[in-house]
Design a protein around this ligand. Structure first.
Ligand code: BDR
Length: 304
């Protein structure tokens, strides 16, 4: 299978991204970064998820506990206070690795030179720090998939999507580093990554251990998404992992110049030059096959 690292601020949909990447890829490790909820809860959520999914052998590496600059706020209103819909799940037995996430990313980029892909579904702090420590990583990583950015409606400020808003400097560093990048922006996930009420009900009545996990972990996310006017829960992270796996589900994308605003009220905003030509630095996904994503998710959730 394709060798991947998943970089995650593990809360609700991140766990489903962990599930999909463990089933669709050779998941070499999950690296944890500051973002959605408090750091220790994120780590616990990740360890518990891997145990529950029966892939305890996937190592978890601890990375940056804060963004490179400035303050950020966590979003318990989106994911629940513990990030997993306040599910009081049993204490995981699994423990994180001693090796730091930034070092693990650099080491794996050497071990799998030209092969490693990074699925970044979180603020980009860990990857930016890895690049700053050793810029040659950009030539070794085959591909970076990023869930982040909004070009028309930010979900955290009017301009900014959460992941880019938490660490705009990291996003800028990663985008300027010369990686082969594909971005799945917020708007695309809100349109094609929704688990509507009908699909949610199917999952609720499926009766597998994984479907039960899905419902418990994403209950608060669903309430929040609906309160924002969506027809169901929005799953940006798992959609991104799915599109990374099945490129044919990307229906429309464009190579464009993307920059990140780091100042003032528009901090974290993604600036897209829609007319860019030779200076393009990212492939931006614009349309995707949401049905294929949902079908694959349902089939994985039905497996046990
Ligand atoms: C992003 O922010 C997080 O809350 C989600 O997990 C996703 O990565 C969406 O803006």
């Amino acid at each position: 299978g394709r060798k991947v690292i998943l970089d995650s601020d593990t809360a609700s949909d991140d766990t489903i991204a962990i599930l999909l990447s463990s089933r669709l890829f050779d998941l070499l490790g999950v690296t944890i970064v500051a973002g959605n909820v408090d750091y220790d809860s994120q780590v616990k959520n990740c360890l518990f998820s891997l145990e529950y999914f029966r892939c305890s052998d996937v190592p978890v590496f601890l990375g940056s506990k804060r963004p490179i600059m400035g303050q950020w706020r966590t979003v318990p209103e989106v994911h629940g206070k513990n990030g997993l819909g306040d599910w009081d799940y049993p204490e995981p037995k699994k423990i994180p690795e001693k090796e730091d996430a930034v070092d693990a990313i650099l080491r794996l980029s050497r071990e799998y030179d030209g092969e490693l892909e990074v699925l970044a579904i979180s603020p980009l702090t860990n990857l930016a720090l890895a690049y700053l420590k050793d810029p040659s990583i950009a030539t070794r990583v085959k591909k970076v998939w990023i869930m982040g950015g909004a070009f028309s409606r930010g979900n955290t400020t009017p301009f900014a999507e959460f992941n880019f808003w938490v660490d705009p400097e990291a996003a800028k560093i990663v985008l300027d580093a010369g990686f082969d990048v594909t971005i799945v922006p917020w708007e695309v996930t809100e349109e094609y990554g929704v688990i509507d009420t009908e699909t949610w009900k199917k999952i609720e009545t499926m009766g597998t251990k994984l479907s039960e996990f899905f419902v418990r972990a994403n209950r608060t996310l669903r309430d929040f998404s609906i309160s924002q006017g969506n027809p169901g829960s929005v799953h940006p992270d798992s959609l991104t992992v799915y599109l990374a796996y099945d490129n044919s589900s990307v229906i429309e994308s464009r190579r464009l110049r993307v920059d990140i605003e780091t100042c003032s009220k528009t901090r974290g905003g993604m600036i897209v030059d829609w007319y860019s030509k030779e200076n393009a630095n990212a492939e931006v996904v614009l349309k995707a096959d949401g049905k294929k994503f949902r079908d694959t998710l349902l089939s994985i959730l039905s497996s046990f």
